[in-house]
Write a protein that binds this ligand. Structure first.
Ligand code: ASP
Length: 441
């Protein structure tokens, strides 16, 4: 039986006619690519404006009662240029008119924002000679705006079952009574994942403008290696710490169905990219560390109390004080008589006085020490569990770079080591860790 691929193309891959031609070539080069999910036209050059951003500006002008026709004309011009350069028959004027008519009913901003992918997908479907399936008819949100997986998968799989090839716009779906609702920004990745699952695709290809996920931040490390294989769990750890390649919610639908994601580069289609899967085949050799990522801007609140260890519920009560004040904790390393709560400084700063007061009143600690300007770095890799000496190498690399380690937290799944360093040591640490744990492997 032949395989099925769902291929999602991002905004830069579809920014103009020449990019769309590249995409069409990629699609046509493999007949297994049966379902295509398209973003709105993105930036053609760095100072350019994404169509989605133009649509949001247009909506805010409209909502304020300002003149919005100039912005709408810019949007129209982007599509008119694409259509004329592709040489297809497509009435952009009529489409824009239909959108303007709809504005008379005061739709939500999501409606206008969604028109970027709607129009682009219709144009691409026309260019490919494929069927266009509107996301509003196959992706559903409930009354409260939460994604309704059950209704979506039932409807979408039934609808696409008999369609050999279709283009589906990314980013949006509909609420009861047909009101358009979008996912959060970058949400076409989520649509792609939903389509891959509903069509029982063998693979979800996510085509973008980089050749995969990098093993470290390229703004800090010079030309870091691309990650060839990564598990969903590792991806989640690295994305949480700031390495972004996909919308966070895009992993869930395909992960449930065991469908791997392949990140590919439209501008370099022969590159294999990054393969994200539940597990990595045994014959693939990987180094113990898959990637390194981190973030600045944490604060650690260290609470000391002699014989804390014998006091039942101390940790729970401490964490509850943060929860009650709406400050989520990121890490919580403990010692015998100490416990530290590491939080995002931006969430903590405005609640600082209340939280400290409550800790003093409710827990009567001996000392509270606050350390600001912490950066957290995650060294992530499933191979670390079985590789001896990984921790020693990590700490050795930092010592060699003259970095003072201010916190250590090993995740309970032994998938990562989190290290807290001073914000000012962040870049040095990432460089040293990359060189020792990835480059020299
Ligand atoms: N066009 C939308 C955005 O710019 C969604 C997407 O491209 O994924 O956020």
């Amino acid at each position: 039986m032949s395989r099925t691929i769902t291929a999602k193309f991002g905004g830069t891959s579809l920014a103009d006619a020449s990019q769309i031609r590249k995409v069409a070539e990629i699609i046509k080069s493999n007949p297994e690519r049966r379902y295509v999910v398209a973003s709105a036209p993105g930036k053609r050059f760095s100072a350019d404006i994404k169509v989605t951003d133009l649509l949001y500006s247009c909506y805010s002008e409209f909502a304020k009662g300002d003149e919005y026709s100039g912005t709408l004309a810019k949007i129209k011009a982007r599509y008119a240029e694409i259509v004329s350069e592709l040489g297809i028959k497509f009435d952009v004027g009529a489409e824009i008119e239909a959108i303007e008519n709809e504005l008379r009913y005061y739709p939500p901003a999501d409606y206008l924002a969604s028109r970027g992918e709607y129009l682009n997908s219709k144009i691409i479907a026309e260019f490919l000679g494929w069927e266009f399936v509107d996301a509003a008819e196959v992706i559903f949100f409930d009354e409260n705006g939460n994604f309704d997986g059950e209704q979506t998968f039932m409807t979408m799989s039934a609808r696409l079952r008999d369609i050999p090839n279709a283009v589906i716009p990314g980013f949006y779906g509909s609420m009861p009574r047909g009101v358009i609702k979008t996912f959060s920004r970058g949400g076409s990745d989520v649509t792609g994942s939903i389509v891959a699952r509903a069509t029982q695709s063998d693979i979800y290809e996510n085509w973008t403008d980089v050749s995969g996920m990098l093993s470290a931040d390229p703004r800090i490390v010079d030309r870091p290696r691309t990650i060839a294989h990564i598990t969903y769990t590792e991806l989640r750890e690295l994305s949480y710490m700031g390495a972004s390649v996909l919308h966070e919610d895009a992993v869930f639908p395909v992960r449930k169905a065991g469908i791997p994601i392949n990140i590919r580069n439209t501008n370099s289609p022969d590159d294999p990219g990054t393969l994200i899967a539940a597990s990595i085949p045994a014959d693939i050799k990987r180094s113990p560390v898959t990637g390194i990522a981190g973030r600045k801007g944490f604060t650690s609140i260290r609470v000391e109390k002699s014989q804390m260890n014998g006091e039942t519920g101390f940790g729970a009560r401490l964490l509850y004080i943060f929860a009650r004040n709406g400050v989520p904790f990121e890490h919580c390393p403990t010692g015998i008589d100490t416990i530290s709560v590491v939080v995002n400084s931006s969430a903590f700063d405005s609640k600082r006085e209340e939280i400290l007061r409550e800790i003093k009143n409710e827990l009567s600690p001996d000392f509270i020490t606050i350390e600001k300007n912490l950066a957290a770095i995650a060294v992530v890799g499933e191979g670390m569990v079985s590789a001896r000496g990984t921790a020693a190498k990590v700490f050795g690399a930092l010592a060699g770079a003259g970095v003072n380690i201010r916190m250590i937290d090993q995740g309970s799944d032994e998938l990562n080591i989190i290290i807290g360093v001073d914000d000012s040591d962040y870049e040095t640490s990432i460089k040293a860790l990359y060189s020792a744990m990835i480059q020299q492997q």
